[in-house]
Write a protein that binds this ligand. Structure first.
Ligand code: NDP
Length: 287
């Protein structure tokens, strides 16, 4: 019983371990992603459970239509706001300077919060993302957000931003998993002190039957999902696996009690096929 309690305490401590972003703000390495949690009751239950278990970071977006649920679950949790790390994002149709400021206000209203920890540009909308970024810089100056960053930016977008802005993004949140390891982009971000955050870190559960990952799971006494998430951590990626299932929410956090060997890390890297399950950042077509 005592051992079990100690194990849970250790998981929670690790679960709350943080990466220091380049502006000094600390962000948990693991958060709960809440994309496709549209059904409010299900979302509320999952977020509440994750917070109770020890998660402190939630990744939402205006387009997910659940910022209100996130806000309510956070308030009901009784956890002091400053102990939590809340991310939301400005959607494509809200981009541009004035629209972004307005969209941010709407997000704050939905969340019922005074500030967010991290505000991200969701996709690099051509001819607009520079103006959108200026709005994010203003929100940062006004201390309505503790950090600002981007999603789905390619190296050319980041170079363009660097040439035309004052603040550097703290984070680039990108599709990243063993089938899409994004080496050049990760290397570029590392060189610029831009943290890399993996969306669809589990490749939306598509790789869980991959024989080599299953075999590694057997070797380490872990699930293939835990092998993938551990691979991310050892690569220094921030991760936001989504789950509405309590067992899986726990499972995704229990990845601190083993270490993949260098050979196994390199074998997982070898699964890369530059294969995207989401849209390409230079050719996305949704508004
Ligand atoms: P994930 O890679 O996190 O996979 C989620 C899927 O895997 C769900 O079907 C989930 O099912 C299942 N799953 C989760 N854990 C396990 C497990 N341990 N074993 C088996 N199956 C599991 O995909 P997402 O696309 O949701 O990405 C995560 C988050 O990234 C999103 O929720 C969102 O916050 C963010 N995101 C950002 C984007 C961007 O453009 N910036 C784009 C897409 C996502 P179940 O819920 O039933 O457990």
């Amino acid at each position: 019983m005592k051992k079990m309690k100690e194990r849970v305490i250790s998981v929670v401590q690790h679960l709350q371990s943080e990466k220091t972003l380049h502006n000094g703000v600390k962000m948990p390495y693991i958060g709960l992603g809440v994309y496709l949690m549209k059904e409010k009751e299900e979302a509320a239950e999952a977020i509440t459970y994750a917070l109770q278990y020890g998660y402190r970071s939630i990744d939402t977006a205006k387009i997910y239509q659940n910022e209100d649920v996130v806000g309510e679950a956070v308030r009901d949790s009784g956890i002091p706001r400053e102990e939590l790390f809340i991310t939301t994002k400005v959607w494509n149709t809200d981009q541009g300077y004035d629209n972004t400021l307005k969209a941010f206000e709407e997000s704050l209203n939905q969340l019922q919060m005074d500030y967010v920890d991290l505000y991200l540009i969701h996709w690099a909308v051509k001819d607009q993302y520079l103006d959108t970024w200026r709005a994010l810089e203003r929100l940062y100056d006004e201390k309505l957000v503790r950090a600002i960053g981007v999603c789905n930016f390619q190296i050319h977008h980041l170079e363009d931003l660097a040439a035309h802005s004052n603040e550097k993004p703290v984070i680039n949140q990108i599709e990243l998993h063993p089938r899409l390891t994004q080496e050049p982009l990760r290397e570029y971000c590392q060189g610029q002190e831009i943290a890399v955050e993996a969306w669809s870190p589990l490749a939306r559960a598509r790789l869980l039957e991959e024989p080599s990952l299953v075999a590694l799971g057997e070797k380490y006494g872990k699930s293939s999902a835990q092998i993938i998430l551990r691979w991310h951590l050892q690569n220094g990626n921030i991760i936001i696996p989504k789950s509405v299932n309590k067992n899986r929410i726990r499972e995704n956090a229990e990845i601190f009690d083993f270490e993949l060997s260098m050979k196994d890390m390199s074998d997982i890297n070898g699964l890369n096929m530059d294969e995207r399950y989401g849209p390409h950042p230079d050719h996305f077509q949704f508004d």
